[in-house]
Design a protein around this ligand. Sequence first.
Ligand code: GLY
Ligand code: MN
Ligand code: MN
Length: 387
Amino acid sequence: MSIIKTQIWCLEPDSILLILKERDVFENYKLALFLPPKNSYAEKWEGFRTGVENGRILFHIENIQENWEAPFVIEEFGNRCKRVFYNTQRGYPYKDPVGSSPDVVRDKIRDLQSKKPFRSANELLHPLRTIKSESEISCLQRAASISGNAYREVMAKDFLEENQLATELEYRFKMGGCQRSAYVPVVAGGRNGLCIHYTANDDAFQQNDMVLVDAGGEYGGYVTDISRTWPTGRGFTPAQRDLYQAVLNVQKKCIDLCTSSAGLSLARIHYESAVLLKEELKQIGIYGSKSEIEDVLYPHSIGHEIGLEIHDCYSNNSFSPLKKNQIVTIEPGIYVPLNNRWPKWAQGIAIRIEDSVLVGEQEPFVLTKDTPKEVKEIQSLRESSEL
Ligand code: GLY
Ligand code: MN
Ligand code: MN
C-alpha cells in the first residue's frame, strides 16, 4: 500500500485553520477548522467537497464549521489573544500574507493586524518542520527515487527540443507515482543554462552542447530537488568533462560535510564550496578570484532545506549547524559567461549538480543517489542513447 493512502490531507481551497493557544503549556489550545460547505451545484462543476460532517470523521477536530463562519470566530479568538501569527499561503515573506484570502476573512485579518502585534506563523512552523520524521523521510525518499529513475530514462534518450525532454521527464515523474512536479523544470540546452532559473524550455538542442536540467517530483506533499547536466551528443567533449568533473568533485566534498558531527551550517558549507571550486578550476586553467567565483561563475548558494516546500523553512538561520534528519540540497554550479575574461574553451558552458541529502550523525545519506552523476555512468548512457 502506498504511504499516501494512509495519510489524511486537508488540501481544500478556502479552508482555514485557527489555533488559539491559551496558556504556555502544550495541551492548552483550541482548534477550529473551517471548510467550504457541501453544495451539490458547486460540486457538480468543481468537484467533491469534504464538508463539515465528513471533516469531523477525517480530521478528528471537534470544532469544524463552514468557512463563512470563520470571520466571527477570528474576531472572537482575536479579541482573546495577545499576539497573532498568520499565514495563508506558501511563499516568501515579501508577499502580502493577507492578499490571497477571501475578501471577508482578509478584512477581518487586516482589522486584527491594526490592533494586535502580528507576526508570520513561519516563525513557529519552520522550527517545527526542520527535523524530518521517519514518515516524512520516507515520502522524500520516494520522491527522490521516482525522480532519479526518470532522470536515468531521459539521459539515455536523444531529444530534438528542450520541451520534449521536459515533457518526458514530467510524464515519468507522474507515471512513477509522483503526484506532480515539485516546481517548473529547468531544461536548458547549451548557453541557455547560463540563466539559472531558465524555464522557457522552448529551444532546440544543438549537437555537442550540454543540457542542464533542474527538476524533481512531489510525493505525498514532499518534494525532491535534483539538477544534472549531461552532453546532448554521444559523450562529453574534453572541455565539458573537465568542467563537469571539477563541479562534481566540489559537490561530493560538500555532501561529505552534511553531518551533525561536522557541526557546519549551510552558510559555512557554501563558503567551503567557493574555496573548493576556486581550487578545482585552477587545476584546469581557469583562474578566478574568490569574488569572481561567487559573483560571476557560481552566483547562487550551495543549497537550502527541502520538505513540504522546495525552499523549505526559509526563515531558519542559515548559520545554524546542520542537525541529524534535516534534509538539504547540495548544488554547486558553474556558469561561464561569453566573455573573453574566461578561456574560450569554457565560455558558454553551464553546469549544476544537485542532490537532496539527508543529514546523518556521522554519514550523510544521498536520497537522490539513483540519479546518475559519475562521468563514466553518464558517458555510457549517452553512448547508447536513442531517439
Ligand atoms: N530548483 C530550485 C532550486 O534548486 O533551488
Ligand atoms: Mn535547489
Ligand atoms: Mn533545483
